[in-house]
Design a protein around this ligand. Structure first.
Ligand code: C2O
Ligand code: CU
Length: 445
């Protein structure tokens, strides 16, 4: 008997439990905020693994509604992707589900709830997933994960409980009034002059776009959405991050001892401090030489675009749009009737998940999706399961990404190699937009 207990315990995966907790989110003097958090923390515990390692977590649902976990940006087998009704059955309250998969790619990823996402993510169910390079990790002094987020709080510092406000869903989405870094409005980290830091920026907000700048820091982008750039890109202008996007930066502290360096958020009313880095000492007399690229992740060759299958997709709807009708659950509806159903958007003529995919691709096939944003709002289009590149014209291709921010009225095009079998969601990561129509999917067979 005594031998059986420990043997079972040794093989049981680590538990991750979403549940309600209170958190001092607003400044001191305000009450604590009731949030939903993984293992009592929002952002949830940092999951950090070496490239090629196995991630194993038993999701135990401590909420009073179903949930799932999606591992955003990491290539997983389809059954581990955490999309209710497409890749798994949602996990009922008190029930559990085992996630287990190998992580092929190094980089900055994140995990978040994928059932009733506007509310579950909006209440705090998200956390960083960091995969360390198997070899040639950059030479740095500190590795900082910065989870950027916003919260919609009332005067009692509690989360506005209506996550389906038509005025938000049909416009830019749910934009919070309280902006945080790692759930702190005053995130501060001591640094030293001439140190080199790796900043892993993750936009975990429901809908906010973060325009960012560096002050007292000299930086290079080394990866977007987890995927290394062939060459580091010097930061010379603002960095814009749509919901769900990540940027890996290497920054050298140039501000002098006694000064401060900042990650600045460029709001309409000017620059706001997103993260403060007081310079407490001088680490060395001189800076390091310019950084080199991160090692590339395996198996991401782009196929030939000429013979690719093309599946054009028009985004329509929203306030001030020209959508007149779309298919909702397989039935044609006028825009007015759609609004009655809480649907404001359509992609390729459909609002919400349908039985048929946007495109069915064979393994190894290259797929192109020209996207026309025929709305007056930006959208952050996210493909599950595979990274894509933007087709830029003149044969040029953009960096590997999993989420593309498309401005109002813009036309953009993405291409990817369908190399991961299964049914993959393709949706807007402004979560209120996804919940009110902006969901499609892609099948790889
Ligand atoms: Cu982070 Cu379906 O998304
Ligand atoms: Cu959108």
């Amino acid at each position: 008997m005594p031998l059986i207990g420990p043997a079972i315990a040794a093989t049981a995966p680590k538990v991750i439990e979403p549940k309600p907790v209170s958190h001092q989110l607003a400044p001191d003097g305000y009450p604590k905020t009731a949030v939903w958090a993984y293992d009592g923390a929002s952002p949830g515990p940092e999951i950090r693994l070496g490239q090629g390692a196995r991630l194993e977590r038993r999701l135990v649902n401590g909420l009073d509604q179903p949930t799932t976990i999606h591992w955003h940006g990491i290539r997983v087998p389809n059954g581990m992707d955490g999309v209710p009704d497409l890749t798994q059955t949602a996990v009922a309250p008190g029930e559990s589900f085992d996630y287990a998969f190998d992580v092929p790619d190094a980089g900055t990823y994140w995990y978040h709830a994928h059932w009733a996402s506007p509310e579950q993510v909006g209440r705090g169910l998200h956390g960083p997933l960091i995969i360390e390079e198997a070899e040639s990790a950059p030479d740095i002094d500190a590795d900082l994960v910065l989870a950027l987020d916003d919260w919609l709080l009332n005067e009692a510092a509690q989360i506005e409980p209506n996550f389906a406000i038509p005025m938000q869903m049909s416009h830019g989405g749910r934009i919070g009034n309280f902006v945080t870094t790692n759930a702190r409005h005053d995130f501060t980290q001591d640094v030293q002059q001439h140190q080199r830091l790796r900043l892993r920026l993750i936009n975990m907000a429901n809908a906010r776009i973060f325009p960012l700048a560096l002050q007292g820091l000299d930086g290079w982008v080394v990866a977007y959405d987890g995927m290394p750039l062939a060459q580091p890109e010097k930061v010379t202008s603002e960095l814009v991050m749509g919901p769900a996007q990540r940027i890996d930066l290497l920054v050298d502290v140039t501000a002098a001892e006694g000064g401060e360096a900042y990650l600045v958020r460029l709001d309409d009313d000017g620059g706001m401090v997103q993260a403060a880095f007081p310079v407490t000492a001088r680490a060395s007399l001189t800076r390091r030489p310019d950084p080199v690229a991160l090692p590339p992740n395996p198996g991401h060759a782009m196929g030939t675009l000429g013979s690719a299958q093309t599946a054009p997709m028009k985004i329509e709807g929203g306030a001030m749009g020209r959508l007149s009708r779309a298919s909702v659950e397989g039935r044609e509806m006028g825009f007015r009737e759609m609004i009655g159903q809480g649907q404001f958007w359509a992609m390729a003529g459909q609002a919400g998940l349908h039985d048929t995919p946007l495109v069915t691709a064979s393994m190894g096939e290259t797929v192109r999706i020209p996207i026309e944003n025929d709305t007056v709002f930006p959208h952050a289009m996210h493909l599950h399961g595979m990274h894509f590149r933007e087709v830029l014209g003149d044969g040029a291709m953009g960096p590997m990404r999993d989420t593309l921010l498309i401005a109002a009225r813009e036309r953009r095009e993405i291409a990817f190699v369908a190399d991961n079998p299964g049914d993959w969601l393709f949706h807007c990561h402004m979560l209120g937009h996804a919940a009110s129509g902006m969901m499609q999917w892609v099948r790889v067979v």
